[in-house]
Design a protein. Structure first.
Length: 118
């Protein structure tokens, strides 16, 4: 299994920046790609960004392109989500997840709350 622990959430003002971290442990060799997802109250969970451990290939949701940046530290087995120019609509619980080669996200963290006020 892969254990994931997110940190870095908080309450900020619109326009501020915040960096989330996701530390992976356990059978991390089975992890091919790491993703960030978010879920706002009353809404379904949505994809935010993802990155591969090897090569660092990234994918972003259109809603965060140009504002969010995903990166990883292979040595620390940690993935980051740098969020800039935050908007109230970015308010959500943010989850990190691990996907194997088949692309299925099998492991999830507990989530961290991000609240952006106007």
């Amino acid at each position: 299994q892969v254990q994931l622990v997110e940190s870095g959430g908080g309450s900020v003002q619109a326009g501020d920046s915040l960096r989330l971290s996701c530390a992976a442990s356990g059978r991390t060799f089975s992890s091919f790609r790491m993703g960030w997802f978010r879920q706002a109250p009353g809404k379904e969970r949505e994809f935010v960004a993802s990155i591969t451990w090897s090569g660092g290939s990234t994918v972003y949701a259109d809603s965060v392109k140009g504002r969010f940046s995903i990166s990883r530290d292979n040595t620390k087995k940690t993935v980051y989500l740098q969020m800039s120019s935050l908007k109230p609509e970015d308010t959500a619980v943010y989850f990190c997840a691990s996907a194997s080669l088949d692309g299925r996200y099998d492991y999830w963290g507990q989530g961290t709350q991000v609240t952006v006020s106007s």
